[in-house]
Design a protein around this ligand. Structure first.
Ligand code: SF4
Length: 62
């Protein structure tokens, strides 16, 4: 899956990092607007992070 974070929406609260550190750590380190997650084992947690994002800044592209 491809994870896209809209920097205009994100407020940097790091809730996504707490929900799925394994994936969103990448984003925190490199601040890339999008990145690929090859390991599907994280899909459920990434989907939860997207649902729980207070700014609705996370989009998952299959
Ligand atoms: S949860 Fe949403 S608003 Fe908070 S840091 Fe992650 S992407 Fe940004």
């Amino acid at each position: 899956m491809i994870v896209v974070i809209d920097p205009r929406r994100c407020n940097g609260c790091e809730r996504c990092v707490n929900t799925c550190f394994e994936v969103f750590r990448q984003w925190g380190e490199f601040l890339r607007p999008s990145f690929e997650v090859k390991d599907e084992v994280f899909r459920e947690k990434v989907e939860k992070a997207a649902r729980d994002c207070p700014r609705k800044a996370i989009v998952i592209v299959d």
